[in-house]
Each structure stands twice: as structure tokens, then as C-alpha cells.
Design a protein around this ligand. Sequence first.
Ligand code: SF4
Length: 719
Amino acid sequence: MSDAREPVRFLQRLGVRRRDLLKAVPLAGVGAAVLGLGWAGKNRREGRRTHGVCRFCLIHCGVTATTQGDRLVRVEGDVASKTKGFLCLHGHAMPELVHSERRVRMPLAREGDTLREVGWNEALARIAERLQRVKAEFGPEAFVVQTGWPLVRHPLVGLLHRFCQAFGTPNLATVGSFCETAGRMGKALTLGSKYSPNFHRVRTLVLWGANPTHALPIVTHLVADKAKTGKLVVVDPVRTELAAIASEHLLVRPGTDGALALAMMHVILAERLYDPAFIEAQTVGFDELQALAAQYPPEAAAELTTVPRDQIVRVARLLAREVPTSVWEGLGIEHHENGVQTVRAVAVLEALCRRAGQPEVNELLTPVGPNFYNEPLPALVRPATAEPVPPPVRARPLGHSRYPLFETFNREAHGALLADAVLQDDPYPVRALLVVAANTLVTAPGSERLRQAAARLRLLVTVDPFLTATAEVSDFVLPACTFAEAPTVDASDEEVANGSMVAPQHQAWPDWKIVFELSRALGLGRYFPWNSFQEAMQAPRRPYRVDPEHQPRPNPPQQKAPPPAFGTVSGKLELASNLLRRYGFEAVPKWSPPTEQPDADFPLVLVTGPRTRAFINSQFHQVPSVRGKMREPEVLLHTERARAAGLTDGQWVAIVSPHGRVEMRLRVTADVHPDAAVAPAGWETANVNLLHDPNRRDPISGFPAFRSGVCRIEAVRTA
Ligand code: SF4
């Protein structure tokens, strides 16, 4: 199974049913589906109507689009699609995005300080010529391709892998270097797979560092229902909307989630609330875990986490008794120096509540086990194996030696190491970068070093519909279509819908065409013998053979045997991980405190990156209807802290850390942890990545510690 199939079944795996989605439609503020139908009937005479898919996030909502001429005039949720007419504000912003004045209209090439419009042929020829020079001087691995979120889980990622392989570089880096894959690793190291809760089957649901109201609005009402019909527990340093209605909200100090999970395990083990038969038959490492949890009595954990001792005990009993229990963990627990172990701690806690990972409770989301051992990166979707397959790449990707488990699980380069490779030739020189649908200089950690690295590159090319901050400093900018301007591809079964929602705007090309034509300009056209994406998707394929060097263990035995319950090395749920032990890490989910701790100069814990309702990272800032929801970046500070510092709600402040300084408007609230300052990411004018040390990373995943830095807040000017 590949990652590319995930979005289509995603809602199904959460247990979301048709009637649940129908309830979500009015909640999205879209209006009842029937209104959409009424409008559609009226306009059938007035414009061309097509069906497509919104690809701004992994839900892939069905869309009915109406165009007049070459203008997309309106989009509605498609009531006949799997999402039954739901569309959030981002989906509704599609026409604004497609027809934005800020689109890149033609290929741009740098001449001195300016970018000049050139033709496609000239741009591709000049890029190819410079790429060949980099390859001749530094080797093919000196070329990195970095992709962003919109294309992840899109079959195009497979084409980019193929493109890299044809060129001879192992260095395709995706947004997976900074987002979500640490959670997958933590779960896979414990259970062999990531999984998600089935809302209808769990009795107690825990949101741990997750805020679906902003990240996955289509299911918010289902989570809210747990507060009425079951038990909803929220662990978060912010009192989110769902925390406000939860049965229990644990206002945890950022960076201490692992200690909190261990303290709850302590209670469950001490009071023997677990299922000994399950532990005996299905798990390994119980004794080691017991010894670790013994070090975290609730009294001590209360000091570390600021969660009251009695609440720790009460919630531990609730999770263990009101089963089935399941945890939905978010990025809030990944972006720490101990992120993978924190995810493991939460997964192990869930296991002690007896039902974790069992199919009747948690539908398997991505069975990493078979992919992990026997197949390439899940994103290497089938076109990557279509004939003729490019020769194997011998060089190892960035991160191969520094984060070997990241490579093992994800089969790609680690984007966090890009600046080191450019500026220090570590582990080898990188001199050319192709950025596809990403704003690396704003959204990746270490923005300042990345700017220095960009200046040192021999070639920087950005493929994007917009002139992003990264595009502005590029040597070439290639205008890409939005997904509305290209035929829809259903990643689950590779069906291709007829036509696009709207014609390509200006001189923009679909991303697949850019990959094909750049390959041809490089003399690699034999690996892209297709004239359309449809042809590529339908090309005959052959099974992929795994490079033995990529396998962390020998091939599993060929004889038929019942599949193990868990896709781990032992085939059991690993309370102590064999693989982590083999790679020199703690086998049990030990908690370690953040290396940056508040002091007199920087008294607050800095949390950056929680999703806001308006934006998805740096996307939609240029869309007026979305920007209207949040005109300025806002940092949250607790009322008592603000009062003590003489700061007032609405004034402009500076967030100052040991690494940088950023200005935002202050939002004073009682709904945030008193020790924390919480700021959004993705603002080019207030780039919070400047506030973090990019070298503070999780040693297992290489993920940056975005959610446990330190800072102070000071006034800069009056509102
Ligand atoms: S961004 Fe909104 S409309 Fe688009 S797929 Fe995601 S939830 Fe659906």
C-alpha cells in the first residue's frame, strides 16, 4: 500500500460515515448542500460545470466548479463526492487563488537584481545547462529537489522521485522532514504502523497536541460529540475550542508531554489497571517499561508538567477504565528534541489501556511494516516503477548517516540538513536546488542559514504559482498551474477525471509537464516517454526491487505463516523497541527535558507553529478572503504574564529569543499556559523560524524543536 492512497480512505478510517459528513456541511459555513444544488441548477445554463478535488489538504474534498470562459467563477462542495458537499474556507478561496494578481505569469530568469520574463524553452535550456555543469563538477548528488505540502501524497511525488533517480541524485526531500513523519516513526516503532482512532468505536478519545478544529475541520463535530456521548480528554498548552468542552483538559507545560504520559503509566501500572494477559501475549519490554515508569510518580510529574497530581491520577484511571481508549496525537508532540520518544510514550500509554492498535478500535492508517522492510518509500508510487526504470542511485541521501532511521522509514533526503550540505559540504557538496511548491526560506528551520545557503548555490529554481520569498531570490521561477488548472488525479486508484476545472492561467504549466520537459532538456526524456500525466499513470509497471542496503533486516522468510499482530521487528507491540536499541537509542520511551530552559533573560517557553484557522503554513496569505480572517500575526500570552510585564492586549511586541527577534501583535488571554508564548508560523513578515536554534533536533527523526524554545516578550510600539 502506498501513502498516495491514504487520503481517499482517510475519513473512512476515522470511522466517518455519510451522515457525519452531511452534518459537517452546514458547520463549515458553506450553507446546506441543498443550497449548493439549487445554485448549481440555476447556473448550469450560465457556465461550464466540472467536478474535481480540492488538494489543499489530505481530505481531498469533492468540488463542483463553474467556469465562464477561462475564469473559475465559483466552487461548491460536491454533494455526490465522498465528502458530501463539505468545503472549508480554503476550498472556497480557490477562484481567488487561481485568478490572483500575484500569480507568476511567465517563466522568470534572474538578471542581476531583477527577474526578467523569458520563454519556457529558454528557461528550461538554461536551467538544464547549469544543472549539467553542477553535475560535472560536484556529482549528481549535488542536486536536491525539495517539495512542499500541496504535492505530498500526490502521485507527482513519484514523478519527482523518478526525475531524481534519472538525474542520479538520491536527494528528494519533502515536507516530511518537518511535518508528521516523526509521529509515524514513533507509532511504527511501537506498533509497526501509524493508526488513527475510529470515532464511533472509541469510548474515550484523547486529543494530544492536536487541534482538529483548525487542522481537520470536517471532523470537528465528531470530536465534539465525544464530549457529550463519551469522554473527551485534551492535552494541550492552549485551551482550544475542543479543550473548552472536554471532560478533562490537561494544560501541560510545553515539552513535558513525555513525562506526563509516563506518570499516567505509573498510575496504571501501580494500580494494575492494565490487562496482564494482553501484555504477556502481545508485547515485549514490559519489565523495562515498568522500571522507567516507576521513576515518574504523579507528584514528581506534577512539578515537571504543571498538571495537578490529582488530575494526572484521575485521567490515568479514566483512560484505563473507560475503554476502548484511543489517542489522536498531533504535531504538538512531534516538534521537540524528544518528539519520537514522546509519541512512543503516548502510544505505549494507549497500549496499557488494553485496546491500542486493535483493529476494532483503530483502523490501520498506514501499515508501515511491509513498506518499511520490503518496499521503497510509500510515496514512490507506481509511475516510479514504470518502464524504463532509471538505473539505481548509489549515493546515499542527506541524512543517511545523521538520521538513519528517518531514511529507513521515509526513503528520502532530510531537508533539515540542506544548509549544512551547501555551506559546509557536509556530507558532500550541494550546489543546485529545485524547490517545488514550497517556501523553504520561510517554512524550514534555520531561515537565516538557508538564506546564506541560497546565496551560495550555483542554481536555485522555484516552481510555484506565486512569487514566494524563496522564488524572489531564485535564479529561475517556473510558473506552475494550481490543481484547479490540471486534470484531477485520484491518488487512490489513479483514475483521471476528464479535464481540469479551469484552463491553465497565463503561461503556467501543470507540474507534471514541467518535470517531463525539464527531463527532456537534460537529455533524460527516455525516462519520461509520455505526453500527459494520464499516460504516465497508465504506463506498464514492474515490481520494484529493494536495494539490499536499504533494508534494516534480512528479507522475511518466504514460507507461509500467519502475519504477526504488529509490523514491528518482533511482531509484537514493542514497549521497548528493538530497532531503537539497535540504532543506539533508548529502547523505552524515556523523557528528556528540552535543552533550552527558561531563565531570567528568556522566561517563557516558546511554542511556534500551531495551525490557525486562517492559514496552512505560508499558504493563503495572498488571498484576501482568507487574509481577512487574520490580518496580522498574533502571539498568545497569558493574562497574568502580560499584567506583570505591563503589556496590554493588541499592542505590538517583540518576541526575543537567544537566536532572533520577531514582531507581532499581542493577544492577551487566559486560554494559554502561563509559562508559554504561542506564535503562528508561515508569516514572511514575522518568520518565527528565526527564533529557534535549527540544530536543536530530535536525534531520531531530525525534527526541529519548534514547540519548546525559550523567549521573552517586550513592547516595541503602541497599537
Ligand atoms: S482545504 Fe478544506 S476544502 Fe480543501 S480538502 Fe482540505 S478540508 Fe477540504
